[in-house]
Write a protein that binds this ligand. Sequence first.
Ligand SMILES: [Cu+2]
Length: 352
Amino acid sequence: MSKASALLVSLTGAALVAAHGHVSHIIVNGVYYQNYDPTTHWYQPNPPTVIGWKASNQDNGFVEPNNFGTSDVICHRSATPGGGHATVAAGDKISIVWDPVWPESHVGPVIDYLAACNGDCESVSKESLKWFKIDGAGYDQAAGRWAADALRANGNSWLVQIPSDLKAGNYVLRHEIIALHGASSPNGAQSYPQCINLRVTGSGSTVPSGVAGTSLYKATDPGILFNPYVPSPNYPVPGPALIPGAVSSIPQSKSTATATASATLPGGGGSQPTTTSSVVTSVSSISRPPVSTSTTLRTSTVVPSSSTTPSPTGGATQTKYGQCGGSGWAGPTACAAGSSCSVLNPWYAQCV
Ligand SMILES: [Cu+2]
């Protein structure tokens, strides 16, 4: 090891305890769906129903290789299914957006899997899910960069395509970044799995076979125990092979949201997207209602998110006791008649 690379290792070692990230939302066909936010929703008495799985990664943290044989690796720590889903068509491209900006030090692969729920994903047992890999990008020799670098360069987002011949049904999308900055040491890699419920429509007939989440990786796999600090790394993306016809990554581009949608609840009986006017509102037509009249609980004003994404407040009205504001809040800010939006703290405002 050169002095330079030894210095690099010691510097990045200091970053091991830094916060990392989670997927804040997805955009598909211009429609924005909020994801589970572990840094805020975890603490809320009435968090919104979202497409993403709930998990106890309030620290924006990761799953360590010594736990790759435990259920925590499936959809992050202590994960339980998201309460709703998004509807997409086979062949659709989904933009998966992380927050905050992925750390430059956290080089590594980006990998996406699907697993069929064989019923509602909202009530599926995560141990029963069999994952098949629909993309998996490691080190791009031609571009001279890691997939995580490409993600960061793409507006902190990753574009994944649902296989066009996938059989219609309910699936969990498992999107993952594996950070390798500490991976030359045993148990030094960091897995950041994020799970999202999808209802896939279409006329396809294929459901590829897959493997249980607890069998995806071992701590000693060559793509898990790996020194990334070499010139032009020859990196083996860990996990099972790509399904037939899949590519390591499709050409990356950013997506722009022009509308927002709520998660669809299970048991609705239909496979239609929730693109009715009641839940999808053109962003340009949104007018943000006044946040609140004064109440004794109010201690501060709501500061609009500084995110570059249009604020998808929608046209909906929040029910009494539901969330109506707070940092990063993407849901309704208007309260049902008889209640008003009260700011409890910078992260949470509630209709009371
Ligand atoms: Cu980190």
